[in-house]
Design a binder for this molecule. Structure first.
Ligand code: NDP
Length: 298
């Protein structure tokens, strides 16, 4: 049976170290890491995410501000707020919760955030830095950065000679994950909805990352024996066995079968999920260190 990678525990370790380093930064330089979270509209799931980000920031000893804007806020007003936050010396990280209402151009909003405060790592400058291997000065998107930390826990930092397959090519997960694996010397293949013989391809992977958004699509017999399986997917499915109208979360990997074959595997929930917020705090700390002229912790 595979080792089940405890993302919750690793995330707690990351957060504890972020808090320790933030305390040090404050004591040595007087700079308190600051994060601004911006949400437009009342989407309940987004509210939950935003509140937990604000709570974690406070637990890390950060200065944290939340801007809740009405659903009908104009793009001009949102861009003006981002402009103000870009100039605010107390803010080192700006996070705009996605999705935004349809009348707002998300791309324009993201590209308006200063690359130095783009702790989500979505600005073209940060995407380009990651793509060209400038990982030491880029902000790396939080979910792939957290997934990579989990891979490192199992395989170490140098993945030379290993083959990796990333299923999914989104800009926020699949592509940055592939770049991180490449930077760690893996031989990387990115698969997507047009890939032929996906099961066969997955069976070649020493490291298999699933970021698809389809419940339990990756079957146990697609997994190479001993592989490290990182399941990024978060899918809510009906769970009538838990009672009428109940649901539960599953990943993109058929966990019960994959666990019998893999060397190590992340569960859902409790795998990659908790890492995302932890890496957001880590990125904000890095930003504050850069601003204070201090070497950021690794
Ligand atoms: P997207 O919908 O943006 O991308 C999905 C990718 O999967 C696409 O590249 C798509 O291919 C590919 N795909 C879809 N169907 C198939 C198929 N049948 N075979 C092979 N590839 C397929 O999703 P995200 O990257 O944003 O998210 C992926 C999953 O990760 C979701 O479940 C999401 O909830 C979860 N997630 C979890 C986070 C966390 O904190 N743990 C954070 C972010 C996301 P194509 O490009 O060809 O359409």
């Amino acid at each position: 049976m595979a080792d089940v990678i405890d993302g919750k525990k690793v995330a707690e370790e990351v957060l504890a170290s972020v808090k320790e380093e933030a305390d040090k930064l404050i004591a040595e330089t007087g700079v308190t890491p600051g994060i601004a979270v911006v949400i437009v509209g009342e989407d309940p799931a987004s509210q939950v995410y935003v509140n937990s980000k604000s709570r974690k920031a406070k637990e890390c000893g950060f200065h944290s501000v939340k801007h809740t804007l009405a659903e009908d806020t104009s793009e001009t007003d949102l861009l003006a707020l981002i402009g103000t936050l870009n100039e605010d010396p107390a803010i080192h990280g700006i996070l705009v919760q996605l999705p935004l209402p349809g009348h707002i151009d998300s791309g324009r909003v993201i590209q308006t955030i200063s690359p130095d405060k783009d702790v989500d790592g979505f600005h073209f400058i940060n995407v380009g830095k990651l793509g060209t291997g400038e990982t030491s000065t880029a902000f790396v998107p939080c979910t792939p950065a957290g997934s990579m930390l989990l891979v490192e826990r199992v395989r170490g930092r140098d993945l030379s000679g290993l083959s990796a397959v990333v299923v999914g090519r989104s800009n926020i997960v699949g592509k940055p994950m592939a770049n991180l694996l490449l930077a760690a010397n893996c031989t990387v293949t990115i698969a997507h909805s047009r890939t032929k013989d996906l099961p066969g391809l997955c069976r070649t992977a020493d490291i298999l990352v699933a970021a698809v958004g389809r419940p339990e699509m990756v079957k146990g017999d697609w997994v190479k024996p001993g592989a490290t399986v990182i399941d990024v997917g978060i899918n809510r499915i009906d769970a009538p066995e838990r009672g009428e109208g109940k649901s539960r979360l599953v990943g993109d990997v058929e966990f019960a079968e994959a666990e019998k074959v893999a060397g190590a595997i992340t569960p859902v929930p409790g795998g990659v999920g908790p890492m995302t917020i932890a890496m957001l705090m880590a990125n904000t700390l890095v930003s504050a260190c850069r601003r204070a002229g201090k070497e950021p912790p690794r």
